[in-house]
Design a protein around this ligand. Structure first.
Ligand code: ADP
Length: 437
């Protein structure tokens, strides 16, 4: 539209140029201004006349390059701002006093499902969250330069692909009397809050887990001191219980320390090229006595991958992973069952399956057993000396080796834990990769 108007002006000036004195100079000036408006670098004009028109040309020659430079600088600033806002993880919305959207960055588009057509439309139409609308209104009620802060929950648009989010909002009114608008920045704190909750749950669970054996130890010791000290049979029985509970405490504290060490990011484990099969076969053998005591068959199948099954891993980490998985398989498999550890390999991965014919895990629990202290059957786990932390440690260790662990199971039929580990690239394999365990 502006371009058409400018063109018409140009035609009129061209006609005037033929009829009015100094018309050609006016024509040059008009062309120069249009060039400037189009964002093209201005050219210097030659004054065809002296007097007022000549002064006008001189003023144009002096100011046009400066105006051009300023426009260029403004454009560059605007582009820079657009890139910065676009790269921000936080969602940014700018709203005018009539509650129309002035601007939304890419994160805001993704969070609120906006698109370029959303600009200019009313916020309540675009974002159907009373809490977001409330934050916009509250921002308009406060005076610049104060800021409005609130934490709100944005319901998910789709439970799987976009679950509900917890957002920390900072709303700033734009300077101006009534104010001239508002800018709202939304910081997604869902993950932060989830981690905080996990930490709180961990402290609560850990205290509870430690309290139970401690309470038992205290009760047995008090009973002994109160009346059973003279009874040798009671003495032995109670001291055995105290010993059992102390073992439980010891296992708990050791597992908690393992987890803490894994999480504190200390380079405790040193991942080096490691031949997996000898470590696995030693690990299976260390459980043979326990399997035999439980009347279970325990087998190991190296899948014929012995020669080149090298992974980049710390041997102690690998031992801990399979110690936990084989221990669980034996613990949760009744007499007469089978536990089988089997390997297979592709050019990029080594897969180890720990399969048992035990009690199995109900479907609804399968995604949760890797959480700390989660047990399908608390009483059974405790009775078997479990801490509820073994699989949490396994998951952590496997992911520190860039691998994955999965479970498939049918209650009553058994469980299979599958660990996939990336092979060390051939160039990393040492000349003599076998380290004895
Ligand atoms: P725990 O010390 O209780 O065994 P884990 O973290 O090792 O703790 O395992 C968590 C829970 O997962 C166990 O309490 C048990 O309910 C279940 N589980 C783990 N492995 C098996 C398995 N092989 N068969 C059946 N249930 C299992």
């Amino acid at each position: 539209m502006a371009y058409v108007a400018a063109l018409m002006l140009l035609i009129l000036l061209a006609i005037a140029a033929r009829t009015v004195r100094g018309g050609w100079t006016i024509n040059d000036l008009a062309m120069g201004l249009i060039r400037l408006a189009e964002g093209r670098r201005p050219v210097q004009l030659h004054a065809r006349e002296s007097g007022r028109l000549g002064e006008l040309v001189a003023a144009y020659n002096a100011t046009a390059p400066e105006i051009f430079d300023r426009i260029q600088a403004l454009e560059a600033d605007r582009e820079q701002l657009r890139v910065v806002l676009g790269a921000m993880a936080e969602a940014v919305l700018a709203v005018d006093p009539r509650r129309r959207l002035l601007f939304a960055n890419a994160s805001a588009d993704a969070l609120f499902g906006l698109d370029p057509d959303s600009v200019g439309r009313l916020i309540p139409e675009l974002i159907r969250s009373p809490q977001v609308q409330g934050a916009v209104e509250a921002t308009f009620r406060i005076a610049h330069p104060d800021a409005y802060h609130v934490e709100l929950t944005l319901p998910g648009r789709d439970a799987l692909r976009s679950p509900s989010r917890i957002l920390a909002v900072r709303g700033t009114p734009l300077p101006g009397k009534s104010p001239a608008g508002a800018v709202l920045v939304f910081h997604d704190v869902s993950e932060l809050r989830r981690l905080e909750r996990m930490r709180q749950d961990f402290v609560a669970n850990a205290s509870h887990e430690l309290k139970t054996p401690l309470a038992s130890i205290k009760a047995y010791a008090e009973t002994l001191l109160d009346w059973a000290l003279e009874d040798p049979e009671m003495n032995r029985r109670f001291l055995e219980r105290i010993d059992e509970q102390a073992d439980r405490l010891d296992a708990l504290v050791r597992d908690m320390l393992s987890l803490a060490r894994l999480e504190s990011n200390q380079d405790f484990y040193r991942h080096e090229p490691l031949a997996l099969i000898p470590v696995l076969s030693t690990q299976v053998e260390t459980h043979r006595d326990r399997a035999e005591a439980g009347v279970l068959s325990l087998t190991f199948d190296d899948g014929g991958v012995e020669g080149d099954a090298t992974i980049l891993a710390d041997e102690e980490a690998v031992r801990q992973i399979f110690d936990n998985l084989i221990d669980n398989a034996i613990k949760y498999t009744p007499e007469g069952g089978n536990v089988r550890v089997a390997c297979s390999a592709t050019p990029s991965l080594i897969t180890v399956e720990v399969r048992d014919t035990g009690v199995g895990i109900p479907r609804e629990d399968q995604s949760r057993i890797f959480e700390r202290f989660y047990r399908v059957d608390k009483a059974r786990s405790r009775e078997l000396g479990g801490t509820g932390l073994g699989l949490a440690i396994v998951k952590h260790l496997v992911s520190s080796l860039q691998g994955r662990v999965e479970v498939s199971s049918r209650p009553g039929a058994g469980s299979t834990f599958v660990v996939r580990l990336p092979r060390a690239s051939a160039s990393l394999a040492p000349a003599s990769p076998v380290r004895e365990g």
